[in-house]
Design a protein around this ligand. Sequence first.
Ligand code: ATP
Length: 328
Amino acid sequence: MTKKINKIAVFTSGGDSPGMNSAIRSVVRTCAFMKLECVAIYRGYQGMIDGDFKPMNARSVNNIINKGGTVLKSARCEEFRTPEGRKKAYDQLVKAKIDAFVVIGGNGSFAGAQLFNEEFDFPVMGIPGTIDNDIIGTSYTIGFDTAINTVVEVIDKIRDTASSHNRLFFVEVMGRDVGHIALNAGVGAGAEEILIPEQNLGLERLLDSLKRSKKSGKSSSIVIVAEGDKTGKNVFELKEYVEEHLPIYDVRVSVLGHMQRGGNPTCFDRVLASRMGVKSVEALLEGKSNYMVGIRDTKLVLVPIKEAISAHTAIDEELIRVSDIMTT
Ligand code: ATP
């Protein structure tokens, strides 16, 4: 028989993403609504090992739905990767009479939760919080929508200056393994080329595209480059390459960096996080464990964590085609 759940812990882990606070708030308020005890764990798995816990009630999460980052802090924790570290964490949870936890994070955080569940038969539920949108089984992760809107807003500004001076800008965006941010923000911002880790278009195609763009009378060009793109050159090397082969261009580089993680979550991310938080608690109360809450075709679904962490989501081929057509 599954043990009755009276007390649920919630924490954030791995890289932060906008909307994590909205998810924390949702888990805490759902617990309050269901008359369950709720405990926050600070600093992810490290805080679990250290017993860094704080009881939460509905009022503990006032005024955080709109805030970026995570009020519970996040951390990477090497010790949790070891059986000894996970045993320490388990002992802390038992000591605090915690019956289940909800982890808000990415692939690595879920891998840790899955192991923990298998080793101690401890109920766990995941909520996907990462700007990368790279988790299998969900069309959206919390933070992705905010990140692409941030990127589009910045590129709009860069375009203003690019078109005033007939410049070409290489804009580097986050995405070491996946190009979802680059592709979506690139289409949204009207980029001339989008370089992503999933495909290698080659430098020749880049030069051809830029030549065509100049010939067709475009006054400025924006090329979006994901961090892990496959040309083998970073944005600064790309600048040099184009300057050497196409001296007609005045080339500039902009690396967006961590600003892509920050900022107030969009309404989409807040609503998604609120829905996922409710679902995570409800699922635990139904006796489910070792799942991630996902969204598919606007409906919430439960995806086995094993499946969620099995690979990165594939790039949207249709969006690549749209991007190609838009650059005509
Ligand atoms: P992001 O997508 O932002 O990188 P993430 O959740 O994938 O987020 P990671 O740094 O990979 O971030 O993982 C967060 C933490 O989860 C790690 O610091 C570690 O404590 C734990 N963790 C990750 N992988 C494992 C694993 N295989 N076994 C046990 N714990 C793990």
